[in-house]
Design a protein around this ligand. Structure first.
Ligand code: C5P
Length: 223
C-alpha cells in the first residue's frame, strides 16, 4: 500500500491514479469522500460550519466511491457526482466539513474497510489524502508527502478549472489554495502534516511523468 499525502495542486490525484495503474493496484481518493459529504451538506441546505448538522447529514448520506484508477466513479444517492464535487461551491465548503471530528471518524473507518477489501481483492492500493500516512494507514509500506509552492499549485488548479470550463482568475485561485491550506493545516482533528517516516517530494519543478518515475522508483525500493 502506498500513502500519498499533501496539499492540493501538487499533482497528487493525477500521479496517484497513474501510479496505481502502473502497479496494477487499486486507488482510493479520500478527498472525494470529504467532497461528496460536503455536497450532501450543501444539498440539504445546511451550514457547513454547523458541526451537529454536518454530522447528522454525513451519517445519513448514501454514497459510493470507486477504486478503479482508470475512472473512479463517485455517486451520491445513486447519481454520478464526479464532476460536481470538484466545483467551487464544494471546494469552498469542504474544509469546515472535513474539520468535524465525527465526520473524520466515520470516513476514516470507511476508508480502512475499503483499503482492506481492495488489498484482499487486488493485493495493492494507492491511497491519497491529507492524513493517510499519519492516521488512516500508519503502517503503509511507502508514505510520500508531496509539496509544491503555492504559486505553482494555484497555476495547476487554474489549468484544471479552465479545462473543466470553470472561469476563475489566478488571484482568486491562489487565495482559495492558501485558504484551504491554512484551514487543513490548522484544524485540531488530523491536520495536514507529513508522517515522520514519509519521503518528501517537491513537485514544483517536476512534470507528472517525472513525479511518476520518482514514485515508481520509491515503490520498487520498498517492494
Ligand atoms: O484532495 P482534495 O483537494 O479533493 O481534498 C478536498 C478536501 O478534503 C481537503 O481540502 C481537506 O479539507 C479534505 N481532506 C481531508 N482529509 C483527507 C482528504 C481530504 O481532510 N484525507
Amino acid at each position: 500500500m502506498v500513502a500519498l499525502d499533501g496539499p492540493s495542486g501538487t499533482g497528487k490525484t493525477t500521479v496517484a491514479r497513474k501510479l496505481a495503474e502502473r502497479l496494477s493496484a487499486g486507488y482510493l481518493d479520500t478527498g472525494a469522500m470529504y467532497r461528496v459529504v460536503t455536497l450532501a451538506v450543501l444539498r440539504a441546505g445546511a451550514d457547513p460550519a454547523d458541526a451537529a448538522a454536518v454530522t447528522a447529514i454525513a451519517r445519513q448520506a448514501v454514497f459510493t466511491i470507486g477504486t478503479s484508477p482508470g475512472r473512479p466513479a463517485v455517486a451520491l444517492a445513486g447519481q454520478d457526482v464526479a464532476a460536481e464535487i470538484r466545483g467551487p461551491e464544494v471546494s469552498h465548503a469542504v474544509s469546515p466539513v472535513s474539520a468535524v471530528p465525527e465526520v473524520r471518524e466515520l470516513l476514516v473507518a470507511r476508508q480502512r474497510r475499503i483499503i482492506d477489501d481492495v488489498l484482499d481483492e487486488v493485493g495493492g492500493i494507492v491511497v491519497e489524502g491529507r492524513d493517510i500516512g499519519t492516521v488512516v494507514a500508519p503502517d503503509s509500506r511507502l508514505k510520500v508527502f508531496l509539496t509544491a509552492s503555492a504559486e505553482v499549485r494555484a497555476s495547476r488548479r487554474g489549468a484544471q478549472d479552465s479545462a473543466a470550463g470553470r472561469q476563475v482568475t489566478h488571484a482568486d485561485t491562489l487565495a482559495a489554495v492558501n485558504r484551504r491550506d491554512r484551514l487543513d493545516s490548522g484544524r485540531a482533528a488530523s491536520p495536514l502534516r507529513a508522517a515522520e517516516d514519509a519521503v518528501h517530494l517537491d513537485t514544483s519543478e517536476l512534470d507528472i511523468d517525472q513525479v511518476l518515475v520518482a514514485l515508481v522508483e520509491l515503490a520498487g525500493r520498498r517492494g
